[in-house]
Design a protein around this ligand. Structure first.
Ligand SMILES: Nc1ncnc2c1ncn2[C@@H]1O[C@H](COP(=O)(O)OP(=O)(O)O)[C@@H](O)[C@H]1O
Ligand SMILES: [Mg+2]
Length: 271
């Protein structure tokens, strides 16, 4: 679905990502973890066309995305939710989700001048899709609420919902759980599993909460100073000495992978 092929990203003299190489297969929930400044967001930004890699290739469904503009990359099936939401606080949930649909609507705008009916049909389609997505995330009762009036956890969910409204084939999430309470994280975890299992959508997921990662991810890629230091199944990655040394600080106990509403163990805080 998504191939990161020997990607290097530079900002002036800084090499933020060095020869990153991994791919995301269908149905895979892949967690990208690592210390602050490791290059995780830079890598995600290069996948959606905000940064251009200095070298290497990125392919979506076998087609190179290098040189394509962000909206063209979205049209290639890459959907992205931002670290800080980037929502319109003064607009309603429905209006924000309609923004996630603009790619499809813009396609119809060219027709609007002389074929009003065609534009209307696209708008009706967009609203239908937005309603489906709100239903999926159980936020339909908030459809007319201003986003700024929602609790933070729901705002983050709206950000993910908006990315889904563009009908992506791959979803990119940058720290979707940061700032959420434990309860909000558990709700979010449930939706992440439903995106993975019910929608069958592959997800590349940057996450700091190791408890969530251990519990949900199919695979983990670890970046440290721009280099991949581990790539594999969660249990193997969490016990890798290089990962413990660079990121975890200590080995994780087996029960630290369980997100349970009753036990609520302490979060593992990376060094
Ligand atoms: N737009 C930018 N301009 C210059 N340097 C940047 C830019 N974005 C990121 N960097 C640098 O690249 C490195 C990786 O940053 P980032 O990808 O944000 O890390 P992470 O998301 O893993 O915390 C850092 O050294 C950061 O300062
Ligand atoms: Mg980041």
């Amino acid at each position: 679905m998504l191939e990161i092929d020997q990607v290097t990203i530079r900002f002036g003299a800084i090499e933020a990502v060095s020869n990153a190489d991994f791919s995301l297969s269908e149905d895979e929930l892949l967690a990208l973890i690592g210390p602050n400044g490791a290059g995780k967001t830079a890598l995600l930004n290069s996948v959606c066309g905000i940064y251009t890699p200095a070298s290497g290739d990125i392919r979506a469904n076998g087609r190179s995305t290098i040189g394509a503009a962000p909206d063209e990359i979205a049209a290639m099936g890459i959907g992205r939710a931002f670290q800080h939401g980037e929502l319109f606080g003064g607009l309603t949930v429905t209006e924000n989700l309609m923004v996630g649909r603009t790619r499809q609507l813009w396609g119809a705008v060219g027709w609007a001048g002389f074929r009003w009916g065609r534009y209307m049909r696209h708008e009706v389609e967009a609203l239908t899709r937005v309603e489906q997505v709100m239903d999926f995330f159980e936020i339909s009762h908030h459809r007319d609420t201003m986003v700024e009036d929602l609790p933070f956890g729901l705002q983050k969910l709206v950000g993910v919902a908006r990315a889904l409204c563009g009908d992506p084939e791959v979803l990119l999430l940058d720290e979707p759980s940061s700032g959420l309470t434990r309860q909000e994280k558990e709700d979010f975890a449930r939706f992440l599993l439903r995106i993975r299992h019910d929608l069958g959508l592959p997800v590349l997921w940057i996450e700091h909460d190791m408890q969530m990662v251990m519990d949900l991810a199919d695979r983990i890629v670890v970046l440290d100073y721009g280099k991949i230091i581990a790539d594999g199944e969660p249990a193997a990655v969490a016990s890798s000495p290089a990962v413990i040394d660079a990121y975890l600080g200590r080995p994780l106990n087996a029960d630290e992978g369980a997100v349970s509403p009753t036990s609520q163990p302490e979060e593992v805080v990376p060094r």
